[in-house]
Write a protein that binds this ligand. Structure first.
Ligand code: COA
Length: 260
């Protein structure tokens, strides 16, 4: 999990994954994707981890995939980005991203897989796939039109021009824009709030929201009720109900289970 350009911490229920390769604008190499995957596996497999924060620094997120790696890639070569993106896309625990400065290519598309995205007012996003004679990756050809609407996604993906944090917020994949010096504190506070909530309910809620959107409301209700009826009978919910009725604070150990 240790990599000089991927700084991982695990504390207070939050795994923080910091991209840190500043001399190359945090461009991500194959080894860096593998280190981020290792950190996600660690977060996934440890009960005490309840949220993940993905970040750069307060003036830089990432210039995207390392272009030297792209230069040497041959058709059909495996990419370490793919397993990382699969893991991210199917990640059951909450994912929070803190974005500042440049967020190019995968620096923007990975955000489409995060649950809460906070951007600094100095953030600049760009999806220059066509400009690089490539095409969208990370599921962005599906997810961006879904979140932004077709024409807005087409503008961002076809023209590939840089856009600011306010535009990203209007496009629907940034929750909030904050001053750069408030970014990390804002994102960490959100991760802390998520980490304090019942983990199973968060996981079920994520899974339900990520189901294919072409289901009918009846299908969605039917599926929700399967999970709901288990959750309503589980110890976490019982503790929260009784705490409310007993006018006391819920016991976190009964909500989260014993820490390993
Ligand atoms: N891959 C590899 N190296 C990169 C890189 C990338 N994606 N992005 C930046 N770098 C390197 C530059 O080559 C330069 O290295 P050098 O100092 O050894 O010459 C260093 O990082 C600084 O980059 P520079 O372009 O001088 O910084 P800038 O602040 O003027 O511009 C960007 C920042 C992000 C706008 C610009 O670097 C850029 O457009 N990078 C390419 C982004 C891209 O196309 N990513 C792939 C998306 S699919």
């Amino acid at each position: 999990m240790n990599h000089p350009n991927i700084l991982v911490t695990d504390s207070d229920g939050i795994v923080s994954i910091e991209i840190s390769r500043r001399d190359k604008k945090n461009a991500i190499t194959g080894d860096m994707y593998r280190a981020m995957s290792a950190a996600l596996f660690h977060a996934r497999d440890h009960h005490h981890v309840r949220a993940v924060l993905i970040r750069g620094q307060d003036d830089l997120f990432t210039a995207g995939n390392d272009l030297t790696d792209f230069l040497h890639r041959k058709a059909g070569d495996p990419s370490a980005a793919i397993p990382f993106l699969h893991l991210l896309s199917s990640f059951e625990k909450p994912l929070v991203a803190a974005v500042a400065g440049n967020a190019v290519g995968i620096g923007t598309t990975l955000l489409l897989h995060c649950d809460l995205v906070y951007a600094a007012d100095n953030a600049t996003f760009q999806l220059p796939f066509v400009n690089l004679a490539l095409c969208p990756e990370a599921g962005s050809s599906l997810l961006l039109p879904r979140v932004s609407g077709y024409q807005r996604a087409a503008e961002l993906l076809l023209l590939g021009e840089p856009f600011d944090a306010a535009t990203a917020r209007e496009a629907g994949f940034v929750n909030r824009v904050v001053a750069a010096d408030q970014l990390m504190a804002t994102a960490l506070a959100a991760a802390q709030r998520l980490a304090a909530l019942p983990a199973q309910s968060l996981a079920v809620t994520k899974a339900l929201m990520k189901r294919p959107p072409d289901r009918s409301a009846i299908e969605a209700m039917d599926e929700e009720v399967i999970y709901f009826s288990d959750l309503v009978a589980a110890p976490a919910a019982k503790e929260i109900f009784s705490a409310f009725l007993g006018k006391r604070i819920p016991n976190p150990e009964k909500i989260h289970g014993r820490q390993k």
